[in-house]
Design a protein around this ligand. Structure first.
Ligand code: NI
Length: 133
């Protein structure tokens, strides 16, 4: 594929951010960093176009707080068409780790994971999505 060059104007602060990205990821040059950013953004755009995606939600919460496993279960039941599986691990006396595997439209998965992660008492939560296309 032919490579085309084009000029980019950036203010100093953004340029500094770009350079720290180059350093962090050990890109050979700024072009590589820009390529990386464009690619990342395009994946996000695909998700926003509402293609089918698969994903996992990871939740860490205190077993003794707010009946969180019950609440999480209720939310998952309401969205049973999106939930493929769920694993609950009792990490220690207090902490539970849940991994929920999902499949559906990106928007639906984001909404569901926001509800789960937003439950009061959840210590940490993260949604990871991957495109099926
Ligand atoms: Ni548990």
């Amino acid at each position: 594929m032919a490579i085309k060059r084009f000029g980019v104007s950036l203010d100093e602060q953004i340029l500094r951010s770009l350079d720290s990205l180059v350093e962090k990821h050990q890109f050979p040059n700024r072009s590589q960093a820009i390529r990386y950013l464009i690619k990342e953004h395009m994946i996000e755009d695909n998700w926003q176009e509402n293609r089918k995606v698969a994903g996992t939600v990871t939740l860490l919460y205190d077993h003794h707080k707010n009946d969180l496993s019950g609440q999480s279960n209720d939310i998952q039941h309401k969205h049973h068409h999106l939930v493929l599986s769920m694993q609950h691990v009792h990490l220690d006396h207090n902490n539970c780790l849940e991994t929920i595997v999902l499949k559906g439209k990106a928007e639906e998965l984001t909404e569901l994971s926001d509800q789960l992660i937003g439950l009061k008492g959840v210590k940490h939560g993260k949604l990871v999505m991957t495109s099926l296309d």
